[in-house]
Each structure stands twice: as C-alpha cells, then as structure tokens.
Design a protein around this ligand. Sequence first.
Ligand code: PXG
Length: 297
Amino acid sequence: MNKKGSVSQTKVYINGQSIPKEEASLSIYDHGFLYGDGVFEGIRAYNGKVFKLDEHLDRLYGSAHAIMIEMPIPKPELRSAILGLLRDNGLQSAYIRVSVSRGVGLGLDPKNIHNPTVIVMTDSLSLYPQSMYTDGLIVSTVPTRIPPPHVIDPRIKSLGKYLNNIQAKLEANRVGAGEGLMLTVDGYVAEATGDNIFLIRGDKLITPPPYIGILMGITRNTVIDLARRAGIEVVESVFTLYDVYTADECFLTGTAAEVIPVAEVDGRKIGDGKPGTITRQLMADFRKETETVGVAY
Ligand code: PXG
C-alpha cells in the first residue's frame, strides 16, 4: 500500500522504460533465453544506499565488453535507472538484479544481433536464516568443477556460465549442505556456488587468486580491504581441501550471502566448529561498511 492507501505496484526497468513487473515481457527469441548469451549483476542496497554500485557497474560493462555485447546505454544512465527504480519501488533495502542479453535473434551466430535487452529488477533476498550466521554454515565439496579460464573466463559474469553453478548447487542440496564448495579441474579450492572462500590460519587471511578461475567478488575485495585496514595480512594463494579442513577459521563472501562463517566442511569441523574471532570481527566490519558507504537514492 502506498501513502494514499492504494496498492502500489512493483515496477521493473526494461529497455529504457519503468513498467509494472506483471507487464514486462521478453521475446522468445531473446538470446539470453535461447543460449544464456548475456551478462548480469546482483547488487544490494542497505538503508537507502546502494553498496559498491560503481564497482558492480564496472564489472557489468566489463563482462559485456568481453563477450562483445555493446551496452545500449552509457553507464551513468543505467546508474540513474537503478537509483530511480529503487525510489519508485519505495525500497530501503533491496536486492537489485541487472540482466543484459545480446538481444533478439535466432541461431547461435551473434553477428547480426545488435539489440541488447537491459533489465533491472528490485526485490528482497535473504539467503540464509540468521542461525547460520551465528552458528556457521555446513559446506560440502561438490563433484562439479569450475570451468577453467580457457573454457569460460570466470571474470565474465555471464548468464550461461551459471549452469555450472546451478549444477553444483543441486549437488549441495542433495546432501543437505548450506553451500557447495567447488574445486578447479586440478583439485585446488576455488569458490562456493555463489560466494568466494577465505581461510584464517594463525593471523593470516588466505583466499584463492582470481587467475585460478574464480569470480573476482566485490564482497571479496571489500573484505580484503577491511582486513588490511585492521592490520590483518592477506595472502592470495592456491590451496587444497587439506588447508580448508585444518584452517583455524573459514568464511564465505558474496553479495547475497554477505560474510557468513563456515562451521564444517565435508564432515570436518573448522577450528572448534564455531565462528572464529577474526571471522566475527570481519562480519561486524562488513556490516558497518554497508551501513556507512554507498550511493544514496
Ligand atoms: N563467486 C561466484 C561464482 C558468484 O556467483 C561471488 C563469487 C561473489 O561475488 P560478489 O561480487 O557478489 O561478492 C558470486 C556472486 C544470486 C546471487 O542470485 C549470486 C551472487 C551474487 C548476487 C546474487 O544467487 N554471486
């Protein structure tokens, strides 16, 4: 209900227009639908401010450029559209999903497809119950490996790549795990289905380097900055499951999950099986950061 007592409609942005979400539609020839040919971002807003909006827009435009989708609107215009939609929908906190597809056209060849579809949706998303943030997540290593960078470059947040992550999530769900941990084809620890992974060993924070085939997470980069600001040494290095099982602490980071502690991996307790001191400090620092920085709308 809005202030006048009538039911307010949730709007979405589609190709330059803001319309009620029930009225938004896509062509069945859309290349995003036909081939997963497109890119996307998941962004969060906290208390009337969008967190790391410019970083997400840079990544979106970078992903589109890498697969030769020419964005039909400049970055500042999409930025204003996102902020305008949040105002229209009256949301203080939100999950913002931006999707871009190559456009409309049948057949694999992208040569003649030059009409990208740009969609912004705002909604609410809470991924895990609060108890998992206080007790820690149960994680299981899944059989599906991440695609190596010479197959699908993980820095491109493409629609099609996520079938790999969805397959991994199905495997995690089947064993009742809160998240699935994915390895590289060589068996090194890469990332979870929608989050980056961090370990704490002694006083060091360790996370895999992007070149092994992980998404360069914006929450990951934020946590690295926060840790360095707190005087914690951060090391980007390749590691195996042995390092995870024997770590003092472990947590995951992502826009959807934020910073979430890991209590157990493949039946092995991490540390004493409870969220550790450094993890809890970084969770608090991250929460504070989301409350203080961001683009107001
Ligand atoms: N790795 C993968 C494979 C991801 O998909 C991250 C790491 C974390 O990146 P950010 O930039 O968010 O810190 C992601 C992000 C969803 C959803 O709809 C998934 C993500 C982000 C937002 C929403 O489940 N994954």
